[in-house]
Ligand binder design. Structure first.
Ligand code: PEP
Ligand code: MN
Length: 502
């Protein structure tokens, strides 16, 4: 059981140790990657468990459990993301800031699938290209925190760090290793229900969708949205008329991939497996099997060599607080074959981006890395251009996906201390991202959103006219970051679709 280096000492040592892009230390010592090599690096957001024996037991259990996703599915997503990086598809990623184990129920899972599906149709209409859908779901439990503690009834208690670490109940704040195992089973149950819902026709476009535009108060805006909805419904009915909606057309189901922040490295390590992609299906299998996701592209070469795959989700990302070039998280992520995201906040120096890409994608695989920018509406114009220029001037030019997360740089507190986000700021950051990329000969490849299928009141603004007063009632359900509700999320899709058509 490798010992994690204490932050201060190891931090100093790592600062002296220069790592070359190929993963070889400049002083000549080879740094071999293993699923646990991250434990020798300084780590942020670390979890200190009292009972190490219980941690070992939990991890041993997880190591015996079957993968939640397979290399074949992961490689399928990599092909899709390659298209996004090449400008041939658009990426929609969304879901809760953090899932509670309680969110593992049929209603909440179904409403998120339906919302992502509907948003993707609108974006397909707007962008005129396929949309790759990734849910922040089935494993998005751990939360990075700005402060390790908080005040509760006059005492200082450990902050809530997500259901896979401790409990929201102030009496359950001690990190509990058995939650690692619970996380796996809640993730597996959620994935199972996503797969079952898709294979049972939840995304069947033959059944009419409920677009619910009644809340849109302004007639002009409502008319615009109705135009888009009519266009989508007419296209679908046209396909039915000409018989293009036969069993093979793919109208019955869609691909939906899962993702979460790879924060809790003990967990991620235990589900990291050295595996081969299964051989491509025979060419006479014309129709891919239904479900999540569809079968392998017939043109993809059979993968002969084993690679390390994180089998807890198709896509994982590195948070803005854990992206230190010499830290544990970058070390872990550089060894896995999954497509990965890297959050880029205002504190990212432009000069750090390319060295990070060298570490994470030394082979310059197209679409392997999604750069998830989240500066804030008032900061994006000053920061994004230099970040784009740095990548353009490097060997990674044309390999990355630029995705805008308009949520995390736009969190504000109301005068009464409620965390919220203004719809106008969210929209403004996406719009600026589109414009800035275009001006620089780049393009926005996707959006990353915090949303829920429920009728919550957590973000203000949008056509429903939610104001700060609406945040005080029972509609504010997030225990973490404020999410777009189902109407706000769909409206954002309408507006982004409109932005494409400009
Ligand atoms: C998040 O996506 O919920 C998050 C914490 O983002 P970031 O790492 O960008 O702050
Ligand atoms: Mn969040």
């Amino acid at each position: 059981d490798p010992v994690k280096a204490p932050l201060s000492k190891a931090g100093e040592a790592a600062a002296e140790l220069k790592v070359a892009p190929n993963g070889v230390h400049v002083n000549g010592e080879t740094s071999r990657w293993t699923p646990s090599s991250w434990t020798t690096k300084p780590i942020k957001q670390d979890v200190i468990y009292e009972d190490r024996a219980a941690v070992s037991k939990a991890l041993a259990k997880l190591e015996r459990c079957p993968p939640i996703v397979t290399p074949t599915e992961i490689c399928k997503l990599k092909e899709r993301l390659r298209d996004v990086a090449l400008g041939k598809a658009f990426l929609l990623q969304g879901g809760d800031c953090a899932e509670l184990f309680d969110y593992c129920n049929s209603n909440m899972i179904e409403s998120k699938i339906k919302l992502l599906l509907q948003m993707s149709l609108v974006l397909i209409y707007g962008a005129g290209k396929p949309v790759v859908r990734i849910a922040r779901m089935a494993g998005q439990f751990a939360k990075p925190r700005s402060s390790p503690t908080e005040q509760y009834n006059g005492r200082t208690i450990t902050a809530f760090r997500g259901d896979n670490i401790n409990g929201y109940d102030p009496e359950e704040r001690a990190p509990d290793p058995s939650r690692l195992v619970s996380a796996y089973f809640h993730s597996a149950a959620t994935s199972n229900y996503i797969r079952a819902s898709l294979s049972s026709g939840i995304a069947d476009l033959h059944s009419p969708l409920d677009w619910e535009l009644g809340h849109v108060k302004e007639e002009g805006i409502k008319a615009k949205y109705e135009t888009i909805v009519n266009s989508i419904t007419e296209s679908l009915s046209f396909m039915k008329t000409v018989g293009a909606d036969t069993a093979a057309s793919g109208l019955e189901t869609v691909e939906l991939y899962t993702s979460h922040e790879g924060l809790l490295l003990e967990y991620e390590q235990s589900l990291t497996r050295h595996l081969k992609k299964s051989p491509s299906p025979h060419h006479h299998h014309q129709h891919p099997p239904r479900g999540l996701p569809n079968g392998t592209h017939p043109s993809s070469p059979p993968e002969e060599t084993k690679q390390y795959y994180n089998t807890s989700a198709h896509f994982l990302w590195i948070g803005d607080r854990t992206r230190q070039p010499d830290g544990a998280h970058i070390e872990y992520f550089r060894g896995i074959a999954n497509p990965i995201g890297l959050k880029i906040g205002p504190s990212m120096p432009a000069a750090d981006i390319v060295p990070l890409l060298d570490l994470l994608n030394p082979a310059h695989e197209i679409g392997k890395i999604t750069l998830i920018t989240r500066y804030g509406a008032s900061a994006i114009a000053a920061l994004l251009p230099a970040h784009i220029a740095a990548v353009q001037a490097s060997a990674h030019a044309g390999t990355v996906i630029w995705q805008c997360d308009p949520m995390h740089g736009n969190t504000r507190s109301t005068p009464t201390g409620v965390k919220t986000r203004h719809f106008e700021n969210i929209l403004s950051e996406v719009g600026d991202a589109m414009r800035i990329h275009k001006d620089m000969g780049s393009f926005l490849g996707g959006v990353h959103l915090e949303l829920t299928g429920e009728a919550v009141t957590e973000c203000v603004g949008g056509s429903e006219g939610l104001g700060e007063g609406d945040l005080e009632g029972g509609g504010y359900k997030s225990f973490c970051d404020p999410r777009l509700n189902e109407k706000q999320a769909l409206e954002l899709a309408f507006l982004v679709a409109g932005g494409f058509r400009k």
